[in-house]
Design a protein around this ligand. Sequence first.
Ligand SMILES: Nc1ncnc2c1ncn2[C@@H]1O[C@H](COP(=O)(O)OP(=O)(O)OP(=O)(O)O)[C@@H](O)[C@H]1O
Ligand SMILES: [Mg+2]
Length: 480
Amino acid sequence: MRAAKEEKKRPKLTRRVQFKLVLAFFALIAALLVLLNTYPIIASRDMVFAEKESSLLEQASVVSSSLSGLDNLSGDGAAQIVELLNISGLERIMVTDAAGRIIYDSASASAEGRFSLLSETALALTGEQVFWSRFADGLFVSHAALPVSRGGAVVGSVYLCELDAEQAEILLSFRDRLAAVSAIALAAALALTIIFTRRLTLRITRLSQAVRTVREGNYSHRVAVEGSDELSELYDDFNSMTETLEKTEEQRRRFVSDASHELKTPLASIRLLADSITGSENMDAATVREFVADISSETERLQRTTEKLLDLSRRDDGAHVKSVPVDVGEAASDTMRRIAPLADRTSVSLRCSAEPGCVVLAPEDDVYQIIFNLAENAVKYNIPEGSVDVSVRREAQNVLLSVEDTGIGIPEKDLPNIFSRFYRVDKARSRERGGSGLGLSIVHDAVAALGGSISVSAREGGGTRFSVVLPAFDGKEAGT
Ligand SMILES: Nc1ncnc2c1ncn2[C@@H]1O[C@H](COP(=O)(O)OP(=O)(O)OP(=O)(O)O)[C@@H](O)[C@H]1O
Ligand SMILES: [Mg+2]
């Protein structure tokens, strides 16, 4: 029920993500376009204002200096000068006397004789230069006023007003064109954003679908990697993670099936022997003893296998065991003593050489397990009158343990699998010698847990050589 609900929710979620992405892009592009639409217009308008200021003030100054040349500031004189200067394109030219009385007005002759109410004139009569301009209703409206001076005294004022529709039209058409281009750009950007985010969310959806498929146990599922962006890298990582999961699952299955097989065989044999004893009424005592001895050896094998399995599962669980400084040389000599009776049985001679000071920080049992399993194999898979050489020495920051034998050797093709669980070169032979095929995998895991490495090679002149490298301990670290 919950899973079905989740499934329903998902497309909605991706749509929401898509919507948010589109909205964010849209807001960004819209803000950019607003900026692009306002700034150039304001800048062009200010340029026109500046140009108007210089041209109108220049014209006003020409009129003012011409008027200041007149002996008497009169309406006729002003009209003559305006005509003489041939000033065109202005909406209004107004000249006042020092009291602000209009003596000439190009806009209305009837205004002459009245007092000007314009603030520009009033300011000009105080000796100031006045200019202002505005852009409204499709027009540039500019005003300029200057005093008319003679002999250092203000004798009147000139006021000019200009209306410019042409420049305003250019500016307005520029604004309209910019708006049209922006609208097209916005629509294109929006379309691209929708396409892009849809592609992105589709790819994310594909990955989340793949995660769900793998979660349901289909470890062979992979996503097709396309492109080389960050999402493709994520796909790649997902695929390699699923591959690892698949391998681990496969190993787990194989391990369970191998383990049950290993346990089933001795159990079946015990059952057969026991059935034979109980089923035959007049079995002689010697045969019964022989069968019971077989049952005992099978039980011993079962015990060994289960102990090793327990040891492996303890390692897999990462059970924490206290590490202490262990002298590998001493551990090797001890192990040789323990293994001597086994070697005696097949007349295999044991030799052990150990340099002093080969100490590692490890759980004590692990060091013994490593040496014991390697040495036991060296004896078990040896030939009568053969020999085993164990050496322990220091090399830089490492302790090197080498176990060499003159035994039957391991074929080249089996070497890569030798550390796998339940792997035996010759199953029958190993089983006959009580082997379960777990010893070397325990050694491998123990060495890896100590941060070391193990390698195996054929020994010149026959036999096998196992070399283990472990990080040495010089008493600097605290035991854990
Ligand atoms: N020194 C050696 N010389 C030749 N073959 C070896 C040697 N060491 C290991 N092998 C081969 O590798 C196999 C795996 O060894 P491993 O120690 O894991 O298992 P085992 O000895 O069969 O059983 P056990 O779990 O009791 O150790 C052995 O069955 C044997 O065929
Ligand atoms: Mg072994």
